[in-house]
Write a protein that binds this ligand. Structure first.
Ligand code: GRF
Length: 203
């Protein structure tokens, strides 16, 4: 069974969708540990509720970003993690971490990448006036919200949308495609070639 480690900084609704998918028997995987860079993050409480190991690692307690990331790697290794899932983890991983887990770190971003990287993706979409928004699951690489795209889902943007209403509509899709991307990975169906993902045996 695929061993997952989740990195999360906040409320952890994507973590919850992965837990729910495992509980429902739709995803054959085990969350071995949840790591947060924020003390008291709701994601840690969610993990605790399900008896999942959870750990706050204080970035400020380390001299450098690499040392902080090494502390995360040590924990992930201890739990035998095979896939690292970033679920609202508000830090950019260094090339060191990314190379260590090349094509084994997933991220979810609330836009149709490569549009609107970085913070406030939903606001960026509204400000631009796009008619379709959405979300993207991708492998993390050395950039910010870049790397091979695994799955995307689109939602309409309505004329009276606010950042909140659009974020909510996108989140429904996030909660659907993140467990799905992990399921495809767990089935060995996510192939990366020349920086692009191909899904094997797609229905
Ligand atoms: C989501 O919108 C995700 O796409 C972005 O950060 C948010 C995290 O939400 N990377 P949650 O903590 O999973 O509820």
């Amino acid at each position: 069974m695929l061993k997952i480690g989740v990195l999360a900084s906040g409320r952890g609704s994507n973590l919850q969708s992965i837990i729910d998918s495992i509980e429902a028997g739709e995803l054959q995987a085990e969350i071995k540990v949840v790591i947060s860079d924020k003390e008291g993050a709701k994601a840690l409480d969610r993990a605790a509720k399900y008896g999942i190991a959870n750990k706050y690692i204080n970035p400020k307690a380390y001299e450098s970003k690499e040392n902080f990331e090494q502390a995360m790697i040590d924990v992930l290794k201890k739990y035998g993690v095979e896939l690292v899932v970033m679920a609202g983890f508000m830090r950019i991983l260094s090339p060191y971490f990314v190379r260590y887990y090349r094509n084994r770190v997933m991220n979810i971003h609330p836009s149709l990448l490569p549009s609107f990287t970085g913070l406030h993706a939903q606001k960026q979409a509204l400000d631009y006036g796009v008619k379709l928004a959405g979300c993207t699951v991708h492998f993390a690489d050395e950039g910010m919200d870049t790397g091979p795209i695994i799955l995307q889902a689109a939602v309409p943007v309505k004329d009276d949308d606010t950042e909140e209403t659009l974020a909510k509509r996108i989140l429904v899709e996030e909660h659907r495609i993140y467990p799905e991307a992990i399921r495809l990975f767990s089935e060995g169906r996510v192939e990366v070639k020349d920086g692009k993902v191909k899904i094997k045996n797609r229905e």
